[in-house]
Design a protein around this ligand. Structure first.
Ligand SMILES: Cc1ncc(COP(=O)(O)O)c(C=O)c1O
Length: 389
């Protein structure tokens, strides 16, 4: 058999694969595991969203290709939602592009802009698709460290100006996966200035913009003055409305960049399934109540985990957004050894921070993707595990 491409090999085996193998081994041995690793929403979409989806599925006329730009209705609703939620005006014809999940755009933007050898700034720790997308396009990663002392925001002043001049783009993501950090408008304004100074394309992943706690409302990168001149933002309906498996997201912002991404995608796919666009448009128009319910559910889970672990001496910072808790490893171990011991001895699966980049070492990411009763059981197991010490 022929060998896979060198491109594919450049991705290498990840810590995720290692954890996955361990999980499978433990399951095979009959262990009852609680999986707090993958950020896949366990909650169902609101019933009314599912009703709209199922009605659309029964409609004879919803089975053609929607093509890359999707329906006019969906693009219009995205623009209206942006206006309402962020006060940002978008042209639905040129500044909005539906995606088959935001991942589709996050991966493909690199193929649209990066030639072999081109440099891109990627946050470390960071959501793995940014690195994978860059590697698949043959680009070179320049890691920008996200450090606790900077609130997990990149320190733009520390970036080497020579590298900044050479680099083509920079990825950012707030509320952040894995650190759960949030960014404010003044940070995004500095990013815009930086992008203008060095002619960088900014790609902001806002997958968790609607998952925040205690009334906190994350800002959009596009709210920053001049942002549309330098970048685009990726949105997902996966976490916002628990529609992850339906595969729907959208990119918004600079019309040239949206056009370029659309051009690339028109060579690859034939668009999102029409009923999914219809349900997504309905959700964006009518889903505020379900967003609030979701936020309360995740907030209760967050509190349950953090309070329970604190009782066993494991102190974790309280996140303002995202579905994750970024917890310092409470033992002397590195993040992989700790996560493996926690899996073997307590049957609780979390992700070692180093899976997200070298600056993730010293932390584990806990995803709040189980309901309160299961999470309570996980907390008890963690407490016993830490007591055994
Ligand atoms: C930061 C971040 N961006 C994007 C995604 C992908 O979301 P989607 O389902 O829209 O492809 C995820 C999924 O976990 C994520 O954590």
């Amino acid at each position: 058999m022929q060998m896979p491409s060198i491109r594919l090999e450049s991705l290498g085996a990840s810590v995720f694969t290692e954890m996955d193998n361990l999980k499978r081994e433990l399951e095979k041995a009959g262990n009852n595991l609680i999986n707090l690793s993958i950020g896949s929403p366990d909650r169902a979409p609101a019933l009314e969203i599912r009703n709209v989806l199922s009605q659309a599925v029964l409609d004879d006329n919803q089975y053609g290709y929607t093509l890359t730009r999707g329906t006019e209705e969906f693009r219009k609703v995205c623009a209206e939602w942006y206006q309402e939620r962020f006060g940002v005006t978008l042209n639905p014809e040129t500044e909005v592009l539906p995606l088959m999940g935001s991942q589709d755009g996050l991966a493909h933007i690199f193929l649209a802009y990066i030639d072999p050898g081109d440099l891109a700034f990627i946050p470390d720790p960071g959501y793995p698709i940014y690195t994978a997308g860059l590697m698949l396009a043959g680009g070179k990663k320049v890691a920008i460290p996200l450090l606790e002392e900077n609130g997990y925001l990149p320190d733009l002043k520390q970036i080497d100006p020579d590298l900044a001049r050479k680099a083509k783009l920079m990825f950012l993501n707030y509320p952040n996966n894995p650190t759960a950090a949030v960014a404010n408008l003044s940070f995004f304004e500095k990013v815009v200035d930086f992008a203008k100074e060095y002619d960088l394309l900014i790609c902001h992943d806002a997958a968790y913009s609607e998952l925040a706690f205690e009334g906190f409302k994350p800002v959009s990168f596009l709210q920053a003055r001049g942002a549309k001149e330098v970048g685009i933002e990726f949105h997902s309906v996966s976490k916002t409305y628990n529609l992850a498996g339906a595969r729907l997201g959208f990119a918004v912002g600079n019309a040239d960049v949206i056009g370029t991404l659309s051009q690339l995608k028109s060579n690859i796919d034939y668009g999102v399934f029409a009923p999914v666009l219809t349900a997504g448009a309905y959700a964006l128009n009518n889903g505020q109540e379900s967003i609030e319910e979701n936020q309360s559910a995740y907030q209760r889970r967050r509190d349950l985990l953090i309070e329970g672990c604190a009782l066993a001496g494991w102190k974790m910072p309280l996140p303002q957004g995202s579905m994750f808790v970024w917890a310092p490893v409470p033992t002397e171990q590195d993040s992989v050894s700790f996560a493996m011991d926690l899996a073997r001895e307590a049957g609780v699966i979390v992700v070692p921070g180093v899976a997200f980049g070298e600056h993730g070492e010293g932390f584990v990411r806990v995803a709040l993707v189980q309901d309160e009763s299961v999470l309570q059981e996980a907390v008890q197991r963690i407490q016993q595990f830490l007591k055994k010490g």
